[in-house]
Design a binder for this molecule. Structure first.
Ligand code: PGA
Length: 251
């Protein structure tokens, strides 16, 4: 059975004071009967690491640079975030792909760097509205996945997570319906199963895109949805805590 993972991607939000109250507000509602992951901005990693000590809450980075070290101004390596307790890193979030023009190949390099460092990459995939309307959702996702499979092979997915995040649903308030999301999750699992059935059966697949306390329960009840990657609603302790509690019965 795959455990349910609820991840909060705080994006470029927060302040020292805000992070203190958000984390303590979340912890007050726990412990939770699901995996909980917080993904703050790099500059708050140490603060969050300190606040979650002694709890089961995990810490992740929003991105990493795949290079090990050196002349990369502004870059942050896997070994750096490991030092601050990160067990996970998002790779290929659609905002990185669009705002920073990250290519499938760069995303695959990041994925590979995480795997080599013993960290769990959360590979984000998803189609734009135009791609969905053109009926090419599965094809787009297959391409995003193929770039990573070509770089690291299916065995790397034994210790990876995939987040399906339709670009049109991110930050829009317009979540995919449970039926739409389940269909894509099923397709992603089939893509993995074509390579390795056992790995496909164990890989956690998260849904992301306007998840909130109103729609989370129905999404998490879907057989191939093993958790959620949450942006906006993860910035409110009560809302995030409520979703984590719903996840306890899911899966
Ligand atoms: P959202 O963001 O929940 O605000 O739509 C999700 C994400 O980008 O991970």
């Amino acid at each position: 059975m795959r455990p349910t993972l609820i991840a909060g991607n705080w994006k470029m939000n927060g302040s020292r004071a805000g992070v203190d109250s958000l984390v303590s507000g979340i912890l007050r509602q726990g412990p939770f009967g699901c995996q909980v992951l917080l993904v703050p901005s790099f500059v708050f990693l140490e603060q969050v690491e300190r606040l979650i000590v002694g709890t089961a809450v995990a810490l992740g980075a929003q991105d990493i640079d795949p290079r090990p070290e050196g002349a990369v101004t502004g870059g942050i390596s896997v070994s750096m975030v490991r030092e601050f307790g990160c067990g996970y890193a998002l790779v290929g979030h659609s905002e990185r792909r669009t705002l920073f023009a990250e290519t499938d190949d760069q995303v695959a390099e990041k994925f590979k760097a995480c795997i080599h460092a013993g960290m769990t990459p959360i590979l984000c995939v998803g189609e734009t509205r135009a791609e969905r309307e053109a009926d090419s959702t599965d094809e787009v996702i297959a391409g995003q996945l193929a770039a990573v499979l070509a770089k690291v092979g299916v065995s790397a997915f034994a210790t990876a997570v995939i987040a399906y995040e339709p670009v049109w649903a991110i930050g829009t308030g317009l979540s995919a319906t449970p039926v739409q999301a389940q269909a894509v999750h099923e397709a992603i699992r089939a893509m993995l199963a074509a390579e390795d059935q056992d790995i496909a059966a164990q890989t956690q697949l998260l849904y992301g895109g306007s998840v909130n306390r109103q729609n989370a329960e129905a999404l998490l009840a879907q057989p191939d949805i093993d958790g959620a990657l949450i942006g906006g609603a993860s910035l409110k302790a009560d809302e995030f805590g409520a979703i984590c509690r719903m996840a306890e019965g899911a899966g």
